[in-house]
Design a protein around this ligand. Structure first.
Ligand SMILES: N[C@@H](CCC(=O)N[C@@H](CS)C(=O)NCC(=O)O)C(=O)O
Length: 310
């Protein structure tokens, strides 16, 4: 991580833990918003007007949070408006790395973007990052914000016929988000990075309890909320698509696989068939990336299965 703008070599993806050995995710630190006229958004400063070609999204294809933003960008048809840079899947000893350097900023590692934005930055250099080429700074590094920004912040530059957070469905979407994030999206990480048996078992139970709820819910419906794809589906999908490939083995979430749940499997296939979504998923990056986490897999051996992903 960076400490007052300097890279510290003790980099480990195993993050802070609480008193019970539970995994604690770092809060995001750049929270500005792109808006149609450049006015300030719900948090942060003004000055980030929606413009074609002005912003670049930095992602890792292994990362579920970054993948949310990639999905929103595709679904809102922002591909020609916001460029994308993909980091290498394996974690280097200086965090995320660009395979051939980043031509836009002249960086080798993602952490250099953080120090360009704030030369005294302290914290982890996480993806996603929404970068402003005009001012050479980070607009925002919180995927939940970036998904909302792509939904409404780009005004007429985005596809207005797609609404990932419709007014009428907001409370239902918020309610699912509030359940799915701790129990599932972050639940698998809490299981995988737990440092005590108790913390692991708590997380494990949360994961399979919410999967049972979701299986029952999706038996009768195509999408989580209403009759269309919303932000809640994006958040669920990114974890489901990684589950059998990475979380079942590496994160010890091995009570069942997604393929053992008929409704969740049908849902996953339905989501993958939505135009634009499949191209945001790289099973190869997911496998190589997760299994390169040395703290969990010291020899870096990448499993060959499951059958559908080999
Ligand atoms: N709050 C962030 C979390 C992002 C996050 O945790 N990204 C991970 C990859 S999945 C990361 O970049 N980790 C690098 C590190 O912790 O040093 C978001 O949702 O945007």
């Amino acid at each position: 991580m960076l400490v007052e703008g300097k890279w510290t070599q003790d980099w480990q993806p195993v993050q802070a833990t609480d008193a019970k050995g539970g995994f604690v995710r770092q809060a995001s630190s750049f929270r500005n918003w792109v808006t149609p006229d450049g006015r300030a958004g719900p948090t942060g400063c003004a000055g980030f007007r929606a413009e074609r070609g002005r912003y670049q999204l930095y992602v890792a294809l292994i990362c579920p949070w970054a993948s949310r933003t990639l999905m929103a960008r595709k679904l809102k048809h922002l591909d020609v408006v916001v460029g994308v840079t993909i980091v290498e899947p394996e974690l280097s000893d200086q965090g995320w790395r660009f395979a051939h350097g980043d031509t836009l900023t002249g960086s080798t590692y993602l952490h250099e973007l953080y120090t360009r934005a704030d030369k005294c930055f302290t914290g982890r250099a996480t993806v996603p990052v929404l970068w402003d080429k005009t001012t050479g700074t980070i607009v925002n590094n919180e995927s939940a914000d970036i998904v909302r920004m792509f939904n409404t912040g780009f005004g007429a530059l985005a596809d207005a016929t797609v609404d990932l957070y419709p007014e009428a469905l907001r409370s239902e979407i918020d309610a699912w988000n509030a359940r799915i994030y701790p129990a599932l999206n972050n639940g698998v990480y809490r299981a995988g990075f737990a440092t005590t048996q108790l913390a692991y078992e708590e997380a494990f139970r949360d994961v399979f309890a919410i999967l049972a709820v979701l299986e029952a819910h999706l038996e009768q419906r195509a999408f989580l909320v209403g009759d269309r794809l919303t932000e809640a589906d994006i958040r669920l999908f990114v974890t489901l698509v990684r589950f059998d490939v990475a979380y079942h083995g590496l994160f010890k979430c091995n009570l069942k696989r997604i393929i053992d749940y008929p409704a969740l499997t049908a849902y996953l296939t339905r989501m993958l068939d939505v135009p634009g979504i499949r191209e945001t998923v790289s099973i190869e990056h997911i496998k190589r990336g997760y299994y390169s986490i040395k703290a969990l897999n010291p020899n870096g051996i990448v499993p060959l299965g499951p059958k559908w992903a080999s």
